[in-house]
Design a protein around this ligand. Sequence first.
Ligand SMILES: [Zn+2]
Length: 327
Amino acid sequence: MTVPKAELHNHLEGTAPPALIATLAARNGIALPTGLIQGDAFGWTGFAGFLQAYDQASTAIRRAEDYRDVTVAYLEACAADGAIYVELAASPDHAAANGLDYPGMVAGIAEGIAAARAATGIEARILITAVRHHGEERVATVARLAAAHPHPLVTGFGLAGDEAHIPASRMAKAFQIATGDAGLGATVHAGEAAGADSVADALTLPVTRIGHGVRAIENDAVLARLIERGTVLEVCPTSNVATGVYPTLDHHPLPRLLEAGVRVTLNSDDPPYFRTSIGHEYTLAASTWGLADKTLTAITRAAVEAAFVDEETRAQLLARIPQPTDG
Ligand SMILES: [Zn+2]
């Protein structure tokens, strides 16, 4: 597929394929649990199993050069899929758990972005992700880290973690720091593990995007608010089926969201865990829902319009996407 692609939603630690995790583990002298890597896939069952496998594999990513290598590998794979822009969500809590401080993590990723850009022309930015079940104080601390160490490639702040039990609005302080003091764009996971109420709760925060957000389809008033605000959904179809939000892609609301006029984008989330890629998500959208190249191109344009980049970069990226009138 020749449609240019853009990705706003992934988790950098979760983009590293099994072979790279094995290489990094060997380089760092880390023994990975038996069964974590099964051939060319990660072994896991159920959502708790996925989180455990993710955390176990992430322990192999320990140094700035590991973050660099994971970044280069991912961005080059995305470029090979036809992506022109990718936002990489990195978790300072995962880095800290493995002994790497925030500046070291960001420096490694930034080096990877520069290398991948030089090799392929792909553009990328870094989102700092906090984990809501680590608590309000820790989430605010992560936002303060971003504010205290400004970096030109760190342009966004996001919130992941246990949506079903912890409303995002509880993290208002952190979002105030991230969007105010640190001047970052903001997004939050909502409407994945919990329903439309969780999306409504997330919309009380200064966010322009929602990670997933697909369960907004369960409430017309919430859908209307998304449309009115122009909030962009970072939709991850394969991820939603892999983690059991929907039984199959045929049950997925993406076509209905599009039809309703919600701004949606396509994303891979944690590609090797879900056996997908950004290119595969576009291919699936075409084969499952019959989305034409014109619609897929508009989806890429929506992603670039919602990207956390300076206006000059946005204009350069938009210039790489065919206009609707180009056929
Ligand atoms: Zn996610």
